[in-house]
Design a protein. Structure first.
Length: 595
């Protein structure tokens, strides 16, 4: 490709973390810049949001003329560095004065592209559209004297592309949808968007509730997809979705990647697994053991992590599958215990009072033993060397410590059953996850072999309970379960694999479909891909339950083999491989535009 071509990647999430696009752009840039020297990210200017990650600098001489020209129209450009692993040249656009043209912009969108934005709200629709129009105007000005590619992400930046199209600007254009507006909306409402090509008819975009929110965004997205020189999606499954809802199949798939070098080696991951598993087990001691005991050494840790999208994330099917697994393990009188964590942030009102009390008493007991650590070690070593029975607790612990600990344990023990959630929820009686637990018979009774915990707060590493970060909690577990019904890509199973953790995904997730091929699983696949495309709900639940059961039956050696294979699969998603698709899209756009 011509080294004199300028690439402007335009996204509402440049220096403005909202969702996954922020991570995609930020993580791939080192590989983009290694090949594409004249690369610039374009985003909105929100100084209160990007204060810690954007450093303003003097703009290059070659940009000054364009910056001055658009400034006269109320578009103020701030040039600088977006502070990432490799600093990114960025242009952040202050569109506050340009917003006075809102009605003119909306009129143009109606006249040129039939985007009806009469009933839209400012922050939901108007604001990103005004910014995107300003970005399009800047690119138009730059394209007068330079060869330019404009890469726009999502409907939020779609108006930039529509502006360039309406002005017949010389810029080559690429549009990427990460998830269609209609697809996400319908899936969230429980519609199977892959069931038939008539799915689009299930939403009447002229209804008042859609006219102000979904319809205008969909129309911008649809027109941007059709108008772009090159249309791209982040996965094959999203391309199928786009063909149905936007009327165009992706020209190129821009599969998401990871910086694999930033993740631990398998040896490092093994060490961290034991460390963080120990911390999770400590949490389980004061979560369950006030009520009853079970063998922690014969316990596996499953988890689901993600947004509270009950059906789209497959939370419903996972819970039903756990219910089936529980009944099967009970019937077999299995000694295996499964703890299933649901790390799904929700609207909380604080930690459960009884859990906070149990944690306090547990820490008190632990401190008492820690204070006697040196003496206990000396007595244990003496017992082993001298051949004395190590079952002599009076000698090992001493009468004073035994008496002290027993008094404290009287405050530790509780009647009833452990809670289903760590925190009080504002809508606890009607919460979908808790209701599904009860419906599936997952009540955390002593006889249950599967025990569930809704952990509805962000894993920050300092939440006063498990005190692990997101990645640390994943590393301490055995199996991540992400049976998504709607997942354009699905970073979580890839991240789990990169951390050396086995996982479950589906062929309705972009990543799952990418590695699926025939979905014929070998003995130790590392990542288990469940077929959801064209399958009934009950079939999916049974297949998930089967995988959960078979994983629970694996030996430690086979679990390690799965971890190794998961790590290997993750390596193929390294950006150094995935970024090649971006250059394929850019080269195609340049050829189509004749630059």
């Amino acid at each position: 490709m011509d080294n004199n071509i300028y690439l402007f990647e335009i996204s509402w999430e440049v220096c403005n973390k909202v969702g996954g696009i922020y991570t995609v752009i930020k993580s791939k840039t080192a590989d983009v810049k290694a090949i594409f020297g004249k690369y610039f990210a374009v985003g909105p200017y929100f100084p209160e949001k990007h204060a810690s990650e954007f450093v303003e600098e003097k703009a290059p001489e070659e940009f000054l003329k364009a910056f001055e020209s658009v400034k006269k129209e109320g578009i103020e450009c701030h040039y600088g560095k977006w502070l990432t692993d490799v600093d990114i040249d960025a242009v952040l656009i202050d569109f506050s004065r340009f917003a006075s043209r809102k009605n003119d912009i909306k009129e143009e969108l109606w006249n040129n592209f039939k985007v009806d934005s009469l009933y839209t709200s400012y922050f939901d629709f108007d604001e990103p559209v005004i910014w995107a129009y300003a970005a399009g105007r800047l690119v138009e000005e730059l394209s007068r004297e330079k060869k330019v590619i404009a890469h726009c992400h999502e409907w939020l930046a779609g108006a930039a592309l529509l502006y360039l199209k309406s002005r017949k600007a010389k810029a080559a254009t690429v549009f990427t949808t990460h998830a269609t507006v209609l697809g996400r909306s319908l899936s969230g409402a429980g519609v199977d968007i892959y069931e038939s090509y008539e799915s689009k008819e299930k939403v009447d975009l002229d209804k008042p509730e859609y006219r102000s929110s979904i319809a205008p965004k969909h129309r911008v997205e649809e027109q941007a997809a059709k108008s772009a020189d090159v249309f791209t999606t982040v996965s094959e499954i999203t391309s199928i979705e786009a063909e149905r809802f936007l009327g165009r199949k992706a020209d190129v798939l821009l599969l998401n990647g990871l910086n694999i070098g930033k993740f631990p080696t398998f040896e490092e991951a093994s060490i961290k697994h034991h460390l963080f598993k120990g911390k999770i087990k400590e949490f389980l001691l004061y979560y369950f053991f006030p009520y009853y005991n079970f063998d922690l050494d014969n316990t596996l840790l499953y988890f689901l992590a993600g947004r509270y999208e009950f059906r789209a994330k497959g939370i419903d099917t996972f819970i039903q599958a756990l219910g089936e697994l529980n009944r099967r393990l009970i019937a077999e009188k299995s000694g295996r215990t499964i703890i299933a964590f649901f790390w799904v942030p929700a609207n909380v009102q604080g930690i459960k009072h009884e859990l906070a009390e149990s944690r306090t008493v547990f820490k008190d007991v632990k401190d008492s033993i820690t204070d006697e650590h040196d003496i206990l070690m000396e007595r244990l070593l003496t017992s082993i060397i001298s051949g004395r029975s190590i079952c002599d607790e009076t000698y090992l612990l001493g009468k004073s410590l035994i008496s002290e600990v027993k008094r404290k344990l009287l405050r530790f023990k509780r009647s009833g059953t452990p809670p289903l959630t760590t925190h009080n929820l504002r809508n606890e009686d009607s919460d979908e996850i808790l209701s599904a637990f009860r419906s599936a018979g997952l009540l955390n009774k002593a006889e249950d072999r599967v025990k569930v915990i809704l952990y509805p707060t962000y894993l920050t590493g300092a939440d006063n309970l498990i005190d692990l970060s997101y990645y640390e909690a994943m590393q301490g577990s055995h199996l991540g379960v992400f049976p998504s019904f709607y997942e354009p890509w699905g970073y979580t199973p890839v991240e789990a694999a990169a951390l050396g953790v086995s996982s479950v995904t589906t062929d309705l997730a972009g990543f799952g479909r990418y590695i699926c091929k025939s979905c014929q699983l070998k003995k130790n696949p590392g990542i288990f891909v469940i077929k959801r495309f064209g399958k009934s709900y009950d079939e999916v639940v049974k297949e998930i339950a089967k995988v959960l059961y078979e994983f629970a039956a694996l030996s430690a050696q086979d679990r390690i083999k799965n971890k190794i294979e998961a790590k290997r699969i993750a390596s193929v998603t390294d950006w150094k491989y995935m970024v090649k698709n971006y250059f394929k899209a850019y080269e195609l756009a340049v050829r189509k535009r004749g630059l």
